[in-house]
Write a new protein. Structure first.
Length: 207
């Protein structure tokens, strides 16, 4: 009788573990889908400094401020991500000129290169949002050799803009799955780590 009870308990535990695994797999799949959607829907701004010297980092921030001022016009000129990318692709020379003008105003004549790229990022925290690792469409602005610490934000949806702060931008721009990924970093630390490890492995295979 005791052996029968033990076998029944083992079957019950096995079934319970299987159910837990299936639920965990489903939740992880939903989280992964939300991450993929975010990567597809976002456009990031990435500014690379000449070096890590304090003066070069200060120049990077000056360029950042100038471009963020202009990003309001970029948002106004385009309603969707693809439209913004098209607008930016047609105005890369103007972006470079604005950045170089900012550098000259600060006594620096380094060249600037602006380009649209598909770039890999590690998991990053942006204000109270966590953006998962992976490949993102990016407006990359490189100052000089671009070997210094970089600065980034989310250009589309326009999370870079102060006017976009708050929950309204989330409600209007993201699905429920995407909002769950962005808004629950503490709850999803293990999932973010898992996504980052997978994405880094895929990135390694591409290289």
């Amino acid at each position: 009788m005791a052996q029968y009870a033990k076998e029944a308990l083992m079957r019950l535990l096995t079934a319970a573990l299987l159910i837990i695994f299936m639920i965990s797999f489903t939740v992880a799949a939903d989280f992964g889908r939300g991450c993929r959607e975010l990567r597809e829907d976002m456009l990031r701004l990435h500014i690379l400094a000449q070096s890590d010297l304090p003066e070069d980092q200060a120049l990077k921030l000056a360029v950042r401020d100038r471009l963020l001022e202009r990003s309001a016009d970029w948002a106004a000129a385009s309603g969707e991500k693809e439209q913004m990318m098209l607008y930016l692709s047609e105005n890369l020379d103007d972006i470079e000129a604005a950045a170089e003008e900012t550098l000259l105003e600060n006594g620096c004549d380094l060249p600037v290169k602006a380009e649209l790229s598909h770039s890999f990022f590690d998991t990053r925290v942006y204000e109270e949002r966590t953006v998962p690792a992976g490949w993102y469409d990016t407006l990359r602005v490189t100052i000089g050799e671009g070997k210094g610490k970089n600065w980034w934000c989310v250009l589309y949806p326009p999370l870079c803009l102060p006017a976009a702060e708050g929950e309204a931008i989330l409600d209007n721009s993201f699905t429920d799955e995407e909002k769950a990924v962005l808004s629950s970093p503490q709850r999803y630390q293990i999932r973010f780590l898992t996504v980052e490890l997978i994405e880094k492995f895929l990135n390694w295979l591409r290289s």
